[in-house]
Design a protein around this ligand. Structure first.
Ligand code: FAD
Length: 555
């Protein structure tokens, strides 16, 4: 423990963990004059943002999170953009954010130009282009409500204000209709709205990026929000990698006098008389703080950090224990000696994120197999091409691919294709490499030089992912199932909604809390704003007290 954070120092706010929510929250608070400390157990800041040359020198990989539309669209970025840019952060973007590649080589694309999207979908099936136009037109007037649900503390006055605004605008019937449409599955929304299986294939895989499957409640709403957001915002990435965002956020904290420390595993939140008073770090050092903000899973919060808090309601502990984790994930990184040579549509090589899948039913089948404990026979391959947005990520003429496989069991019980022996369900190196071979062979059918140009492949299994970040339990990259009973109003659990906890002064943020996973920094921003408001309210009360005191003296 360094001198900076030992007991002699008292902080206004201590953050446990340095994920995007902590960094954004700490930056907002530090800029407003709060003394903040961020404690991170790993040897690098940023949590799931991790940029490193993991294959060959000069090949800059996003080991985990890669795409920043959520951050660029966030309230935190709106607030901090000038400071972040002054500290060197630069976003690059593309007009060709996403595409769909079917096994037969046919493809479809979504761009950032509305008219081109209408033409593309109309090409796939007459009527689908008009349907897309109607979707965007109907979505936009209530976009503030849709995005508001994802950026507001729902269990608060702000949440009540959002509901009132929705009621005033839509009326009782309209509100019921809006609420009902939010609940629809992606399958129902897609098949009711579009006729082409290609359009379904273009949009359906995006539900995976919300932790859901195409047959889950709310997945239709999530798909729409993402599809519209992609058309409006593209697929931005920081020039040089996500580390640039991490460095810039940390720079704001340091410039404002805050402290960030790595290699500090917080093992307890200190609680006295029902109030958080600080934290204890592994090794025994303690830090005193007025407020503690924990960016951890409920399992860790209630099972470890609050293990000694004797007056914690048993219902809170029980809810922490019952928090469910979602499907596991695998990352595969390729370094290539050449640019990938795509067979087929020339746009394939220029697209930021492609989904290789048989389509809506293909995604549904793979999700279902994973949820039944099987390695999917034909997984949805999320194929990211960082160079399509930021050519600085690899030496001239060479390339990298970022592959995500979001339909995996945390502990496989078998293989749906009956080819790979999953042993006792442990994610061994052998198991992850055999599964990556299957995926590589499918990509090689479309990228003709994949195997001849391959310099190195690095695979992160679900076990490796958890090893790298304790919040990604079992390789669940979204830190908890996003099923409806653990989402929106009910995240992390129906008995623990929102970000306040049963311990006064202890706040819970991170992907396990509303508005869930992603780089939007939503929970960190919500809590930073709550803490600033709390402080303003306290100061106003103190001022009132002083004024009343003077008045009484005068009497
Ligand atoms: C492989 C992968 C790919 C993804 N791709 C994208 C993407 O492209 N775009 C996107 O928007 N989202 C993506 N996501 C989701 C997104 O990255 C995460 O939801 C988000 O980064 C989570 O941020 P967080 O603030 O919850 O904290 P996390 O990033 O989970 O970080 C939490 C940090 O807290 C630390 N910590 C935990 N406990 C303690 C403790 N007791 N003491 C000290 N430190 C502790 C951990 O070590 C970790 O560093 C991806 C996630 C993963 C894993």
């Amino acid at each position: 423990m360094s001198a900076a954070s030992c007991t002699t120092n008292r902080y206004d706010v201590v953050f446990i963990g340095s994920g995007i929510n902590s960094l954004a929250g700490a930056a907002l608070l530090a800029r407003a004059g709060r003394r903040v400390l961020v404690l991170e157990r790993e040897d690098r800041l940023g949590g799931a943002i991790w940029t490193a040359e993991i294959t060959e020198p000069g090949f800059v990989h996003e080991v985990m999170a890669s795409w920043h539309p959520l951050f660029v669209g966030s309230a935190a970025y709106a607030e901090l953009a000038d400071d972040l840019h002054a500290l060197g952060l630069e976003y690059l973007n593309t007009e060709l954010p996403t595409g769909y590649l079917a096994p037969d080589g046919s493809a479809a694309f979504l761009t950032t130009a509305h008219e081109r999207n209408v033409e593309e979908l109309e090409r796939l099936s007459p009527g689908d282009g008009d349907a897309w136009s109607r979707c965007v037109q109907e979505f936009m007037p209530n976009a503030d409500l849709s995005f508001g649900v994802l950026t507001t503390e729902l269990w608060s006055r702000a949440g009540a204000r959002l509901a009132t605004r929705a009621y005033r605008r839509l009326g009782r019937r309209g509100l019921v209709e809006f609420g009902g449409s939010v609940l629809a599955s992606a399958r129902d929304w897609l098949t009711e709205t579009f006729t082409s299986p290609q359009t379904h294939g273009l949009l359906a895989p995006w539900v995976l990026h919300t932790g859901l499957g195409p047959d889950s409640a709310v997945s239709g709403f999530m798909t729409q929000v993402i599809a519209v957001a992609i058309e409006l915002g593209g697929m931005p990435v920081p020039k040089g990698g996500g580390v640039k965002l991490v460095e810039a956020l940390a720079g704001i904290v340091r410039t404002a006098g805050g402290t960030l420390e790595t290699g500090q595993d917080v093992e307890r939140v200190l609680v006295e008389g029902g109030k958080a008073t600080g934290v204890r770090i592994a090794g025994g050092a303690t830090v005193a703080a007025d407020r503690v903000v924990a960016n951890v899973t409920p399992t860790q919060l209630y099972g470890r950090l609050l293990a000694d808090a004797t007056d914690l309601p048993e219902s809170a502990r029980e809810a922490g224990r019952r928090f469910r984790y979602g499907r596991a994930e695998m990352q595969v990184h390729f370094a290539l000696d050449e640019l990938p040579r795509w067979d087929g549509d020339e746009r394939l090589g220029r697209t930021a994120i492609l989904h290789l899948t048989p389509g809506l039913d293909g995604v549904s089948r793979a999700v279902n197999e994973a949820e039944r404990g099987l390695l999917p026979a034909e997984a949805t391959i999320v194929l990211g091409q960082p160079l399509a947005v930021d050519p600085s990520r690899a030496p001239e003429g060479k390339s990298i691919l970022w592959i995500q496989l979001q339909e995996l069991p945390r502990q496989p019980r078998g293989d749906a294709a009956d080819e790979i022996d999953t042993g006792d369900g442990t994610w061994t190196d052998e198991l992850k490499e055999r599964y990556a071979d299957r995926v590589q062979a499918r990509i090689a059918r479309h990228v003709t030089n994949l195997e001849s140009a391959l310099l190195k492949r690095v695979v992160f299994s679900p076990a490796d992912i958890e090893q790298a970040n304790v919040n990604l339990v079992g390789g669940d990259i979204y830190s908890g199932s996003c099923a409806l009973d653990q989402n929106l109003l009910w995240r992390p659990r129906p008995t623990l909604p929102g970000h306040r906890t049963a311990v006064q002064g202890l706040w819970h943020i991170g992907a396990s809390t509303h508005p869930g996973p992603g780089l939007g920094a939503g929970s960190g921003t919500i809590v930073a704003n709550e803490l600033l408001r709390e402080n303003r309210a306290r100061r106003a009360l103190q001022g009132l007290g002083r004024r009343l005191g003077k008045t009484t003296e005068a009497l």
